[in-house]
Design a protein around this ligand. Structure first.
Ligand code: IMP
Ligand code: MG
Length: 175
């Protein structure tokens, strides 16, 4: 199947942004003596996480979590189910949650609630892309790559029906 794809954010722009985010993250955690752990939400964050962690000089661990969002009951209220939990402990550590894209913010706000109960030293958010016009819940995103309009995008980890994650740029597809 061929699909029409328009480049929205080029490989070069992404790579430059990742380096910039890495420097900001290093500066932010420079004076903390706590252990730093990057938590990637599978599967979308994998490509971003792989590049981002190599742009951070401070020593850190990587951990991953899979959650699924679903509409609960007959209301539009949402809940998230943990499909794969972290392998390690986060108590007393500096936690940086790494996401591919924030849309409504529902998934991430629930994930933060869950992680907060485990008493980390701090929790911050880093997302490559945000669609602010779609936000239903306010989130304080400390490290942001790009803000985009409400268009469906794929590539650099982002999928459509589990495909196109491997594309090295972010493209807009006509659905
Ligand atoms: P939220 O809970 O609405 O913020 O959901 C965010 C999740 O929706 C992301 O982690 C993606 O999996 C998915 N998503 C939202 N917008 C897009 C898009 O444009 N392309 C691919 N996935 C998207
Ligand atoms: Mg996702």
């Amino acid at each position: 199947m061929t699909i029409e794809m328009k480049v929205m954010i080029s490989t070069e722009e992404i790579q430059a942004k990742v380096q910039e985010l890495g420097k900001k993250i290093d500066a932010h955690y420079a004076n903390s003596d706590k252990e730093l752990v990057l938590i990637g939400l599978l599967r979308g964050s994998v490509i971003f996480m792989a590049d981002l962690c190599r742009a951070i000089s401070k020593e850190h661990e990587l951990d991953f979590m899979t959650v699924s969002s679903y509409a609960g009951g007959t209301t539009s209220s949402r809940d998230v189910k943990i499909l794969k939990d972290l392998d390690g402990e986060i108590r007393n550590k500096d936690v940086l949650v790494v996401e591919d894209i924030i849309d409504s913010g529902n998934t991430l706000s629930k994930v933060l609630e869950i992680l907060q109960t485990r008493q980390p030293n701090s929790i911050e958010l880093c997302t490559l892309v945000s669609k602010p016009s779609r936000r239903e819940i306010e989130l304080d995103v400390k490290f942001l790559g790009f803000e985009v309009e409400d268009k469906f995008i794929v590539g650099y980890g982002l999928d459509y029906d589990q495909k196109y994650r491997h594309i090295p740029f972010i493209g807009e597809i006509g659905l």
